[in-house]
Design a protein around this ligand. Structure first.
Ligand code: SF4
Length: 127
Protein backbone atom coordinates (compact mmCIF):
# COMPACT_ATOMS: atom_id res chain seq x y z
CA UNK A 1 0.00 0.00 0.00
CA UNK A 2 1.04 3.59 -0.59
CA UNK A 3 1.26 5.94 2.36
CA UNK A 4 2.31 9.55 2.54
CA UNK A 5 3.86 11.32 5.51
CA UNK A 6 4.98 14.83 6.29
CA UNK A 7 8.16 14.61 8.29
CA UNK A 8 7.99 16.83 11.38
CA UNK A 9 11.55 16.31 12.56
CA UNK A 10 12.83 19.60 11.16
CA UNK A 11 11.33 22.74 9.58
CA UNK A 12 11.82 21.40 6.02
CA UNK A 13 8.65 19.32 6.46
CA UNK A 14 9.49 16.89 3.66
CA UNK A 15 6.57 15.14 1.98
CA UNK A 16 7.54 11.49 2.02
CA UNK A 17 5.89 8.90 -0.18
CA UNK A 18 6.26 5.27 0.80
CA UNK A 19 5.29 1.87 -0.40
CA UNK A 20 4.58 -0.34 2.59
CA UNK A 21 3.95 -4.03 2.92
CA UNK A 22 2.23 -5.44 6.01
CA UNK A 23 3.39 -8.93 6.90
CA UNK A 24 1.22 -11.68 8.37
CA UNK A 25 2.66 -10.80 11.76
CA UNK A 26 1.24 -7.28 11.33
CA UNK A 27 4.68 -5.72 11.03
CA UNK A 28 5.23 -3.02 8.44
CA UNK A 29 8.01 -3.27 5.91
CA UNK A 30 9.03 -0.19 3.93
CA UNK A 31 9.54 -1.31 0.32
CA UNK A 32 10.35 2.15 -1.05
CA UNK A 33 10.67 5.65 0.30
CA UNK A 34 10.86 8.87 -1.66
CA UNK A 35 10.99 12.57 -0.84
CA UNK A 36 13.03 12.61 2.38
CA UNK A 37 15.96 15.00 2.22
CA UNK A 38 17.88 13.10 4.90
CA UNK A 39 18.03 9.74 6.67
CA UNK A 40 15.99 11.02 9.61
CA UNK A 41 12.94 10.91 7.35
CA UNK A 42 13.03 7.12 7.18
CA UNK A 43 13.56 6.90 10.94
CA UNK A 44 10.51 9.15 11.37
CA UNK A 45 8.36 6.99 9.07
CA UNK A 46 9.39 3.82 10.95
CA UNK A 47 8.48 5.51 14.24
CA UNK A 48 5.12 6.61 12.82
CA UNK A 49 4.35 3.06 11.73
CA UNK A 50 5.24 1.46 15.07
CA UNK A 51 4.91 4.02 17.86
CA UNK A 52 3.86 7.52 16.72
CA UNK A 53 4.95 10.18 19.20
CA UNK A 54 4.40 13.89 19.62
CA UNK A 55 5.52 16.68 21.88
CA UNK A 56 3.41 19.60 23.03
CA UNK A 57 3.81 23.18 24.11
CA UNK A 58 1.00 24.87 26.00
CA UNK A 59 0.57 27.20 28.96
CA UNK A 60 -0.54 27.14 32.60
CA UNK A 61 -2.17 29.76 34.80
CA UNK A 62 0.06 31.95 36.97
CA UNK A 63 -1.22 33.67 40.10
CA UNK A 64 0.29 37.01 41.11
CA UNK A 65 2.47 37.41 38.03
CA UNK A 66 3.02 40.19 35.51
CA UNK A 67 1.53 37.75 32.97
CA UNK A 68 -1.49 35.48 33.52
CA UNK A 69 0.12 32.46 31.84
CA UNK A 70 3.48 30.72 31.66
CA UNK A 71 4.41 28.66 28.62
CA UNK A 72 5.43 25.05 29.22
CA UNK A 73 6.56 22.12 27.11
CA UNK A 74 7.41 18.42 27.35
CA UNK A 75 11.07 17.40 27.58
CA UNK A 76 10.45 14.24 25.52
CA UNK A 77 7.76 13.21 23.08
CA UNK A 78 5.02 10.85 24.29
CA UNK A 79 2.65 8.50 22.43
CA UNK A 80 0.41 10.51 20.10
CA UNK A 81 -2.76 8.97 21.51
CA UNK A 82 -1.91 10.21 25.05
CA UNK A 83 -1.49 13.90 24.11
CA UNK A 84 -5.01 14.86 25.22
CA UNK A 85 -4.50 13.11 28.57
CA UNK A 86 -1.25 15.02 29.04
CA UNK A 87 -2.92 18.35 28.22
CA UNK A 88 -5.70 17.56 30.73
CA UNK A 89 -3.12 16.87 33.44
CA UNK A 90 -1.15 20.02 32.61
CA UNK A 91 -4.28 22.18 32.66
CA UNK A 92 -4.93 21.09 36.26
CA UNK A 93 -1.75 22.91 37.32
CA UNK A 94 -1.44 26.51 38.37
CA UNK A 95 1.70 28.32 39.47
CA UNK A 96 2.43 31.22 41.76
CA UNK A 97 4.82 33.92 40.57
CA UNK A 98 7.70 34.31 40.37
CA UNK A 99 7.96 31.45 37.88
CA UNK A 100 11.38 30.52 36.53
CA UNK A 101 12.23 29.09 33.14
CA UNK A 102 13.31 25.44 33.37
CA UNK A 103 11.25 24.68 36.47
CA UNK A 104 9.76 21.17 36.33
CA UNK A 105 6.06 21.40 37.10
CA UNK A 106 5.18 17.74 36.41
CA UNK A 107 7.79 15.00 36.63
CA UNK A 108 7.46 11.92 34.40
CA UNK A 109 4.03 12.82 33.04
CA UNK A 110 1.81 9.74 32.51
CA UNK A 111 4.90 7.59 33.16
CA UNK A 112 6.56 8.29 29.80
CA UNK A 113 9.91 9.62 31.02
CA UNK A 114 8.97 13.14 30.00
CA UNK A 115 8.78 16.15 32.29
CA UNK A 116 6.71 19.30 31.86
CA UNK A 117 8.96 22.34 32.20
CA UNK A 118 8.38 26.07 32.19
CA UNK A 119 9.80 27.83 29.13
CA UNK A 120 8.97 31.43 30.00
CA UNK A 121 9.83 33.29 33.15
CA UNK A 122 6.99 35.19 34.81
CA UNK A 123 8.09 37.70 37.48
CA UNK A 124 5.78 38.54 40.36
CA UNK A 125 3.67 41.63 39.90
CA UNK A 126 4.45 44.55 42.20
CA UNK A 127 1.67 45.56 44.54
S1 SF4 B 1 13.47 14.15 6.07
FE1 SF4 B 1 15.20 15.21 7.00
S2 SF4 B 1 15.23 17.21 5.98
FE2 SF4 B 1 13.21 16.33 5.59
S3 SF4 B 1 11.88 17.14 7.25
FE3 SF4 B 1 12.68 15.13 7.92
S4 SF4 B 1 14.51 15.63 9.11
FE4 SF4 B 1 14.02 17.43 7.88
Amino acid sequence: MTREFTCIVCPNGCDIKTEIKVGQDGKHEICSIDGALCARGEVYVKQELTDPRRSIATSVLVKGGVLPLASVRLTNSIPKDRILDAVTEIKRCSLTAPVFSGTVIIKNILGYNSDVIVTKEVPASEK
